[in-house]
Design a protein around this ligand. Structure first.
Ligand code: GLU
Length: 445
């Protein structure tokens, strides 16, 4: 076993060993088939943004997705209709109520959010239904793409839900009576039952969570399942509403967007970090897996995964702040050195985002001597420049140029340039020396 596989799998195994003996909680029995689950089943799985899979225990055991389907069908609705349209039908406010509560807004009748049953039924009903592309086919295809493999329906659980689903039917009729249900309540609920009966494993759920964490791109298949803004919107609603009436407490203590389901599945997503899933069917009074809750809570604490946790700042962005006369390549002649003294040089490294770009621009400002003639920004060791950072650096450099200074970038691939940017583009050079030479050239003084 390699070092990484060993370390991550050990962490999962440790959680498994620690909580496998917990036998608190009850099997869901309002859907009779769910009461047949093995109360001892316990699986954990984690998938990284690079698609590395780690698991332990019953991570391959199939069970029905139940409410863990809700964020993914919400994602599909957002992809098809956009946030504004979806929000006309279903709100995004934590209800503080149980999963099957009558959480409807007073005047509009709009469900509180898409994570409680009322909102999920509406979300399902929003998915277009055409002869060429039936509603449930679209949903199954979407869930499969999130999981990275073709999923199917557990027909026995489906039949069991149909027999005992009167509360969900009642909810659908109630919503319909006040307005916001775009289709026939019977059709909406039947599709919702099928969606809840889709069979998954903990590893599937980890892949689904990892896809949301990875900005909508499945890290196993490379498939762009939903656009990045949609993935972010879904994670936001999971963070505030995903754990029903314990959502606030979960965000406080565990600090990760999550979703639980009554069959014992639980997912948590670390944005840009990992997808995590557990399966253990003994549930607490809010309908959340007891062992899953404890395992994910413990992992979050141990590894410092809480979203609001203030991690040590990423490795320093700015690696050099100086003037060109201090560089080894500087000339020795006094007159030339005087010119070199008036050129600021800042080098950066790593991936540049908003925070990193602010640091780079601040360093450029700080370092500028009074009679600066130019600045050199060395991006040779920068691995990635985000859209926001790019715009910030471009406008920072453009401001200097407008001020009559020379601005040169050591960036052979011209990553700060824009297609058709023309005169507004910063001057890019293959090496730092060339950039310095251009900035310090006689005519610049
Ligand atoms: N099919 C279940 C229901 O609607 C899902 C509930 C859940 O997983 O929380 O009652």
């Amino acid at each position: 076993m390699s070092a990484a596989t060993g370390a991550v799998t050990d962490a999962l195994r440790d959680l498994h060993a620690r909580f496998a003996g917990v036998d608190e909680g009850e099997l869901a029995d309002y859907i009779p088939q769910l009461a047949l689950a093995d109360p001892g089943a316990f699986g954990l799985a984690l998938i990284s943004m690079d698609g590395h899979r780690y698991s332990t225990g019953d991570a391959d055991v199939p069970f029905t997705v139940q409410s863990v389907s809700k964020p993914f069908v919400y994602a599909l609705a957002l992809s098809v209709l956009g946030l504004e349209e979806v929000s006309r039908w279903v709100n995004a406010e934590p209800s503080g109520e149980a999963f099957n509560a009558i959480s409807l807004e007073r005047v509009t009748g709009r469900p509180a959010n898409a994570m409680v049953n009322a909102g999920a039924i509406v979300t399902t009903a929003l998915i277009p239904d055409t002869p060429a592309s039936p509603r449930f086919g679209r949903i199954l295809d979407c869930l499969s793409r999130f999981a990275g493999r073709t999923l199917d329906v557990d027909e026995q659980v489906y039949a069991s839900e149909v027999v005992t689903g009167d509360r969900n039917r009642a909810l659908a009729y109630l919503i319909r009576s006040t307005g916001p249900l775009p289709v026939d309540p019977v059709a909406a609920v039947e599709t919702y039952f099928r969606q809840c009966s889709v069979r998954v494993t903990a590893l599937d759920l980890a892949a689904m969570a990892a896809t949301l964490a990875n900005g909508g791109v499945n890290p196993l298949t490379g498939d762009t399942v939903v656009a990045e803004p949609v993935a972010a919107q879904v994670l936001a609603v999971m963070a505030t509403c995903g754990m029903y009436d314990s959502s606030g407490d979960w965000l406080l203590r565990v600090g990760l967007p999550a979703k639980s389901g009554v069959s014992g599945g639980l997912i948590a997503a670390g944005p840009a970090r990992f997808g995590l899933a557990t399966y253990s069917p003994l549930l607490d009074r809010t309908g959340t897996s007891v062992r899953g809750h404890r395992a994910i809570g413990t992992l979050s604490q141990r590894l410092g995964l809480h979203l609001m946790h203030n991690p040590a700042l990423a490795a320093s962005t700015v690696t050099l702040v100086t003037t060109a006369d201090d560089l080894p390549s500087a000339p020795t002649g006094e007159r030339e050195r005087a010119r070199y003294e008036r050129v600021a040089v800042v080098a950066a490294q790593g991936a540049l985002d908003f925070t990193a770009a602010e640091r780079v621009l601040f360093a450029l400002d700080e370092q500028r001597p009074q009679d600066t003639v130019g600045v050199v920004l060395d991006l040779l060791r920068v691995t990635d420049i985000g859209t926001v950072a790019r715009a910030m650096l471009r406008s920072g450099l453009a401001r200097l140029t407008a001020d009559g200074r020379r601005a040169a970038v050591a960036d052979p691939d011209g990553r700060l340039r824009e297609p058709g940017g023309g005169a507004a583009d910063p001057r890019c050079f293959a090496t730092r020396e060339e950039a310095v030479a251009w900035c310090t050239a006689e005519q610049a003084g």
